[in-house]
Ligand binder design. Structure first.
Ligand code: GLY
Length: 375
């Protein structure tokens, strides 16, 4: 059997999805006991960052394939999203997420994740969580078993232990540890806190990207995956090891609703990868969903948010020689009609989709020309 989900599997899945859509009642039962009114029957669709179609964790399916297959075999839409991102969290080769994610400045892997369920209108998140390979499952447990949204640090880990998750001493792999040691070698060993240290840390990290030691997309790497189910139900999940070599305790956009992820069952979903702080200052996922609510196509909605990011990026150390942002930021967006887009600041990024036609990597639409590091 071919490693990838065969086209026949997809056609069969799509046919089942089509039957389900045709037979789906207007009122969808079963979410928290309350009927949720779903007014559209759309094709199933999964969109993700490009790493969503690059890693298989030793199995047959990438994240988008896994999520799509789950969706079309009847799984809950958020179950499908989380099953998808679990592939990347468990694959040590994806150094941007979960097990083997690039650690913080002290060599500790600290993970952030959020998830959001459109029909249930509920979300959960964890930040700075250590010792659990699949933070997205802990985020989902926060959603399902508490009346809260976000648990952090040691207490997020305690919650995970109480929920039965295995807690490991260290989520580093040989690769992530070797890269951290290389970063230590390149930075000032004295490690003074403050902006100059943090600029030096980023410069050392980017020099490792330039030397081909780290995948450019793994520096602020993350996976976001959003799905539209056969009955129009929408959900998303974002999970990350965050900025490589970050100051311990630093939390980026991934676990923050409206930044790393936002889902509105009446509209669509948006999520991000890239420089979390730029996204946090502008709450772009929320902005994108609100833009779509006002009728914008996913691509235009995300371009508008990126224009806001560009306008609000004024600090010199964040600008290249052309006066433009010197970092990457990408949004993955879908709406309830099944329209979607991957949109980045610069035209060097791809995104993954999976439909009844199978998985694909596509080039992102970009706001700017050139590259982030253009002199
Ligand atoms: N977007 C991931 C982060 O900044 O942590």
């Amino acid at each position: 059997m071919n490693e990838r989900l065969s086209r026949r599997d997809f056609v069969r899945g799509a046919a089942l999805a089509g039957v389900a859509a045709a037979a789906a009642p207007e009122v969808l039962q079963g979410f928290a006991g309350a009927p949720a009114v779903i007014t559209r029957a759309a094709r199933s669709l999964v969109i993700a960052s490009a790493n969503g179609h690059r890693y298989r964790a030793g199995g047959r399916q990438t994240a988008v394939e896994k999520a799509f297959a789950s969706l079309t075999s009847g799984a809950d839409v958020l179950e499908a999203c989380v099953a998808g991102v679990n592939v990347n969290e468990l694959d040590p080769e994806d150094t941007s997420v979960g097990y083997g994610g690039l650690p913080n400045a002290e060599g500790v892997v600290q993970l952030d994740s959020s998830c959001m369920h459109g029909p249930k209108k509920r979300a959960g998140a964890v930040a700075a969580l250590e010792g659990v390979r699949t933070p997205s499952l802990v985020a989902k447990a926060v959603m399902e078993h508490t009346d809260h949204h976000l648990l952090v640090g040691k207490d997020a880990q305690r919650f995970a232990r109480q929920m039965g998750f295995t807690i490991e001493d260290d989520l580093n792999t040989d690769t992530s540890r070797r890269l951290w040691l290389e970063w230590k070698r390149r930075t000032d060993p004295e490690h003074f806190p403050g902006k100059s240290r943090s600029d030096a840390a980023v410069r050392a990290g980017l020099s490792m990207v330039a030397d081909g030691l780290i995948d450019a997309e793994h520096f602020w790497g993350t996976i976001n995956l959003d799905a539209l189910g056969p009955r129009g139900e929408i959900a998303g999940a974002t999970t990350t090891s965050g900025l490589a070599w970050k100051i311990p305790g630093r939390v980026g956009d991934s676990p923050i609703l409206g930044a790393g992820l936002y889902v509105d069952q009446d509209v669509g979903a948006a999520g991000s990868t890239g420089r979390g702080e730029a996204n946090l200052y502008n709450l772009c996922s929320f902005l994108i969903v609100e833009n779509m609510r006002r009728g914008m196509h996913p691509k235009d909605a995300a371009l508008d948010a990126l224009r806001r990011v560009q306008k609000n990026t004024v600090e010199k150390h964040l600008l290249n020689a052309r006066g433009l942002p010197n970092f990457g930021l990408v949004f993955y967006v879908l709406n309830g009609k099944g329209e979607y887009a991957g949109v980045s600041l610069y035209p060097d990024r791809q995104y993954a989709v999976c439909t009844e036609n199978g998985p694909q990597l596509l080039d992102c639409d970009a706001l700017l020309t050139g590259t982030a590091s253009d002199a």
